[in-house]
Design a protein around this ligand. Structure first.
Ligand code: EPU
Length: 321
């Protein structure tokens, strides 16, 4: 079977695309040949996203080590098959899934100290793990991320952040597998960070150096504890979701605007605007991506009509339309 793929803008940034994006499904076997790790064909991505939504990946690869990631990238370039790196938390994967290779960094989970309050984390390290490491070393700088479930690589790409801070504040450098499958290291100055967005030289983030600073462990723990409690009280963390759906427009907050428009509880299928925080959509069972997209459109249109504010998506929507 020949598969064609046109990548939407939202996907391009985390994709190493090799033109032409048309390939034979059997070429997928060549792409994963010799790559150690988990390899799953027709992998239902709903099992790998925080939203519990998403169609299949042609093949989902979880490389065992950085060298396997390099090999995978190299072989995909030879076969001209696109690669998409699955972040999984601020993401909606469409119902038809993702063509080509989807990579999970879930096995790249090493964390080590690298002198002078610098911590190096491989791309697949979860933010909660990283935070525990920092607390254990009495290092401050990640408190803002308390409760963010994503990987450190995903958080760099998104320039994830909260009221207390953002990724940009702590990234010192990144280690990237470039389109040719080579390791390249880029200082933070080569990354263009903006609100919930980072533009870096093309590639897959294999690891991140974070510049933290020494502080009292008790103080760090207090901030983290208070912040976690705040999020638990104000966000629907017990239901599958993908974090905030819209960016905050200027000084306003999307949550306040959506609530003021009377949209809390609005639903399409099993996709509901959260009653707890209006800028969250929750999956109350078997929501499809199409339901979420229809709901997003309704919310966007209503807020625009009522307030004149056009909400911009924070959530990344990827996959075959
Ligand atoms: N608000 C409402 N109704 C709602 C939700 C919020 O009126 O349904 C009001 C609150 O009462 C408050 C204000 O909006 O006065 C701000 O709410 P909140 O503190 O929850 O912050 P937010 O601006 O809605 C931001 C980030 C969150 C992050 C929280 C907590 C964005 C788009 N959102 O939300 O990040 O967790 O602060 O720091 O930047 C995410 O990025 O995925 C995310 C959830």
């Amino acid at each position: 079977m020949i598969l064609g793929q046109i990548m939407p803008d939202s996907m391009r940034r985390r994709t190493i695309s090799h033109r032409p994006a048309t390939f034979h499904k059997r070429d997928l076997h060549a792409v994963v040949s010799g790559v150690r790790g988990d390899i799953r064909f027709n992998a239902p991505l709903r099992e790998y996203t925080s939203f519990r939504i998403g169609g299949p990946a042609d093949v989902l690869v979880t490389p065992a080590e950085e060298a396997d990631l390099c090999r995978l990238v190299r072989q995909s370039r030879v076969a001209k098959i696109p690669i998409f790196v699955l972040g999984g938390t601020n993401l909606l994967v469409r119902d038809k899934g993702i063509r080509g290779v989807v990579v999970s960094l879930a096995k790249l989970t090493a964390v080590k100290d690298d002198g002078d309050s610098v911590v190096y984390a491989e791309g697949g390290v979860g933010m909660p793990t990283l935070m525990r490491h920092a607390i254990g070393r009495s290092l401050s700088g990640l408190e803002w991320a308390a409760g963010i479930p994503g990987t450190v690589a995903g958080c760099v790409i998104m320039n994830a952040g909260t009221r207390l801070g953002q990724m940009q504040d702590v990234v010192k450098a990144v280690r990237v597998v470039d389109a040719a499958g080579r390791i390249v290291e880029w200082p933070a100055s080569s990354i263009r960070f903006s609100y919930r967005r980072a533009r870096l030289p093309r590639g897959v983030i294999a690891g991140v150096w974070l510049q933290l600073k020494p502080a009292s462990r008790e103080r760090i723990q207090t901030v983290v504890k208070d912040y976690l409690a705040y999020r638990k009280a104000t966000q629907p963390l017990t239901l599958p979701n993908a974090g905030c759906v819209f960016k905050n427009p200027g000084r306003e907050t999307a949550g306040r605007l959506i609530e003021a428009a009377g949209l809390k509880g609005l639903r399409v299928g099993d996709a509901h605007v959260s009653e707890k925080h209006a800028n969250f959509i929750v999956n109350r069972g078997r929501a499809r991506a199409a339901d979420v997209i229809a709901l997003i459109k309704k919310v966007g249109r209503t807020v625009e009509t009522q307030t004149g504010v056009t909400l911009e998506l924070e959530l990344k929507i990827v996959g075959q339309p």
